[in-house]
Design a protein around this ligand. Structure first.
Ligand code: URA
Length: 210
């Protein structure tokens, strides 16, 4: 069975996303909105995290209080744009362990090449959330998840701001077990692999580069 693709249609996400798409939105506001949306997406992607209970004393007496079960989750940024989603999620889940996957596209083979890889230990025991704002062709996201699986990750979810149908199809073909949470499923890719209507180059818009 293929894991679900969840488009977060919450009005706050959609409103903030529309401001981000607008090409006149300045870098500081773009970055702030990305951080805010990352928290709303994180709320959705962590919805089924298992709970256990722990005895505490409230001022009124004892109770078995729900707390998250198991190892801390692993949050993996696919560089560089993934970093724009990290701070917001870490504010919400400060105990998360953090990893980074850096890939660039070889212009001759068009295949992703790894240039940086550092992830938390015991990935096989953690919920692993890989983040990249744009699921476009899916090539780098699929390659990043290949690497995470090689490191032992078994329970992986993918969080993005925008997804193209082509990228979703690619991800589902390569990694049908990976659920996708996105702020929007856009129309298509253009002929250079950008999402339409999209928001342009996410990295450039986060960091003010061109
Ligand atoms: N990466 C981006 O930053 N934007 C796109 O539209 C596609 C890939």
């Amino acid at each position: 069975m293929t894991a679900p693709v969840i488009e977060v249609t919450h009005p706050l996400v959609q409103h903030k996303l529309s401001i981000m798409r607008d090409k006149s939105t300045p870098t500081p506001l773009f970055r702030q909105l990305l951080k805010e949306i990352s928290q709303l997406l994180a709320y959705e992607i962590t919805r089924e995290m298992p709970l256990t209970t722990h005895h505490i004393e409230t001022p009124m007496g004892g109770m078995e209080a729900p707390i998250l079960e198991g190892r801390k989750l692993a949050l993996i940024s696919i560089l560089r744009a993934g970093n724009g989603l990290m701070d917001g999620v870490l504010e919400l889940i400060p105990t998360a362990r953090v990893g980074f996957v850096g890939l660039y596209r070889d212009e001759e083979t068009l295949k992703p090449v790894e240039y940086y890889y550092k992830v938390p230990k015991a990935l096989e025991e953690r919920l692993v959330i890989a983040v990249d704002p744009m699921l476009a062709t899916g090539n780098s996201s699929v390659a990043a998840i290949d690497l995470l699986k090689k490191s032992g990750a078994k329970n992986i979810r993918f969080m993005c701001l925008l997804a193209a149908p082509e990228g979703i199809a690619r991800m589902q073909e390569a990694h049908p077990d990976v659920a996708i949470v996105t702020g929007s499923i856009d129309e298509c890719l253009n002929d250079v692999g950008y999402i339409v209507p999209g928001l342009g180059d996410a990295g450039d818009r986060i960091y003010g580069t061109t």
